[in-house]
Design a protein around this ligand. Sequence first.
Ligand code: TK8
Length: 335
Amino acid sequence: MLKLSTTLMAAVAAVTLALPATAQIQDRTIRVSNGVNQDHPVGNGVTKMTQCMAERSGGRLKLQAFWGGALGGDLQATQALRSGTQEMVITSSSPLVGILPDLGVFDLPFLFANEREADRILDGEYGKYIADKLPAVGLVNLAYWENGFRNLTNSRRPVTRLEDFQGIRVRVMQNNIFLDTFRAVGSNAVPMAFQEVFTALETRAIDGQENPFVTIDTSKFYEVQRFLSVTKHAYTPFLVLYSKRLWDQLSAQEQTILTECAIQGRDEQRRVSRELSERSLASLRQRGMQINEVSPQEAARIREAVKPVYERHAATIGKETVDRMQAELAKLRAN
Ligand code: TK8
C-alpha cells in the first residue's frame, strides 16, 4: 500500500513536470474598466496589452474592456476589485486617496515639471514604494500609465491670470488636495465623479473642469466648454490595478504575463498619449474652443497661491511619502 502510493506520487510528479508551460495558464477573460472612451490612448494600451497576452499565453488570457464608465466610475470599479467582483481597472490615482492616502502625493499642484520626470519617478524606486502599499488595501498595481498634464476648461471667461479663477465653479476629482488647490485660487471647487461631468457642464450646474487635452477631446467636453487655459497645474498617472483577491488565484506564470504585458501596454499608451496631445489641442481649437496660454509671470503667481496646499496636506498624505518624493525630484533635477 505504502509502496503503491509512493509510486503513484512519483508518477504524478513526473506528469506534472512533463506538462507544457501553458498548463499553468487557464482560459480567462479578464474584465477591465475605464472612465475614458475607447479612442483615448488607454484604448491603444489595452490593445497592445491584449496582443501581448494572446502571444504569451497561447490565446488563453483575454481582456474584455468596458469604456466610458460602463461598469461604474473609477472609485466604484476599484471597490469592486477590492471585494473581488471585478478583475481590473485603469484609473486615475486621484479618486483613490480615500483608500490609500499616499496616492495624494501625485495630486500636489505643479509636482512634475515634465513627462520625463513623471516617467522616472513612476517607473523607478518611488513608483515601487507606492505600489508596495497597495496589496494591504486589496489592490495590485501592474504599471503606471498616463493621463497627463491637466488643464482648465470653463464656459465663463478666458482664464489667463490668477484673478480669473475667482468664483468659477470647477469640478474637481473626489479628493481634498484638488479641492484645496482650486479653493486656494478662489474657485468654487465641486468634487464629482468623472461620468457626471459632461451633463453637469451641459446643464451649467458647474462652469468648468480640468483634464489633459486628450481627455478633454475624447470625452467631447468641447461641446459644452468654450475656454481652455493651458495651466498644466498637475499631472495624473493612471494606475493599472488588479484585484488582490483574484490575483492570488492566478499562477505565477499568469501573473508574470500580466505584469510584463501591462508594461508593454504602458509604453504604447504613453507613446500615443504624447503623440496625440498636441493634435488634440489643435483639434479642440478647430472645434471652436478658445485656447489661452498662461504667461510665465502669471504661472508663477498661481504656483505661489497654491503653495500652502503642500504644507496642509503633507500630514494627510504621509510625511515620509511627501519627503521621499521631494528628495527623488531633487536628485533628478540635480543631474
Ligand atoms: C477617467 C478619469 C478621468 C480623470 C478625472 O476615468 O476624473 O477627471 O482625469 O480622466 O480618470
